[in-house]
Write a protein that binds this ligand. Structure first.
Ligand SMILES: [Fe+2]
Length: 301
């Protein structure tokens, strides 16, 4: 089985948005964006990435949020159009990130569910989260960490009820004998060396880690997330891999857009392919976890 994963597209669209919309937190976001972000996150690269994902013909695709930038409705509309052009309701599962809940009014208006709900099958009829997807031999649980936060904060929170619902989902009979995946936007582990890390963390990561430890062998065999815009492999104390994917729209010499493909064999993660954008050709090159193009990686091994 092959499962693709992309995240953190940060699509900006100001179509039809007047200056009055920038009187709240978006104003600081917009200034920051104008200064820095807009030249780094390119929708045309994201479009090329979507085509490259589909060309890989994965069994399923995961997206772990931060699809939009300022949570303006034109951004949700633009990304929804792009996704509908590439994915049917059964071929993609997604969860939101902090930018998808950038302002309380976007959350109150239910914009994420309105434009992306097609790819979010809920685990139960009572709540929108966790999201639950069974695809052949894979059992996928998706969580939301997206909450409106004060200016300059990029934290996320799950809440005790959602963590308990996650445990219940993984204990379902359909989860047995399937490869179990947990997806969320925020990282599980702090990164003290990262600038402003305490303003970017999952506030109840310890509670999630304790719940995963409690699940033991019933828990996921793979945890995937985004948020920090660089590829990184980590692990739970039990050894279960935790993988952070880079941004799907990033341009520049040090960071490039990429998506992952997880190769599942015999009920375990057998390999991770990084598909990294090559600005010279516009295509995505298959690389190993160190970022070396696959042919070169084979020659070196
Ligand atoms: Fe994020």
């Amino acid at each position: 089985m092959r499962i693709a994963h992309f995240s953190d597209t940060h699509v900006l669209s100001l179509t039809g948005v007047g200056p009055g919309r920038f009187l709240n937190k978006r104003w600081t976001g917009a200034v920051n964006l104008a200064m820095n972000r807009s030249r780094h996150y390119r929708v045309e690269i994201f479009e090329a990435l979507l085509a490259a994902v589909v060309a890989e013909a994965p069994d399923h695709t995961l997206c772990t949020g931060d699809l939009v930038n300022l949570a303006l409705e034109p951004e949700f509309v633009r990304v929804s159009e792009l996704l509908h052009g590439h994915f049917g309701a059964d071929s993609l599962t997604l969860v939101p990130g902090n930018h998808d809940a950038y302002c309380k009014d976007a959350v109150d208006a239910g914009l994420f569910a309105r434009w992306f709900g097609a790819w979010q099958p809920p685990a139960t009829a009572d709540d929108a989260y966790p999201v639950l997807r069974v695809v052949d031999d894979a059992f996928i649980v998706g969580l939301t960490t997206a909450r409106p936060t004060p200016v300059f904060m990029a934290t996320g929170t799950l809440g005790d009820a959602q963590i308990a619902a996650m445990q219940a989902a993984f204990r379902r009979p359909e989860a047995r004998d399937r490869f179990r995946v947990l997806m969320l936007h925020h990282p599980l582990f702090p990164e003290p060396k990262r600038r402003l890390d305490t303003m970017r963390r999952l506030t109840d990561a310890d509670a999630l880690l304790a719940a995963l430890a409690e699940l033991g062998d019933d828990g996921p065999g793979l945890v995937v997330h985004g948020h920090n815009h660089e590829f990184k492999r980590m692990a739970l104390p039990s050894g279960v891999p935790v993988i952070q994917v880079a941004s799907a729209s990033r341009s520049g010499s040090t960071h490039r857009a990429e998506f992952n493909v997880y190769v599942i064999e015999d009920g375990r993660l057998a390999g991770v392919e990084r598909h990294i954008h090559d600005p010279d050709t516009g295509s995505f090159r298959i690389c190993d976890e160190a970022g070396r193009p696959q042919a070169a990686a084979r020659a070196a091994s």
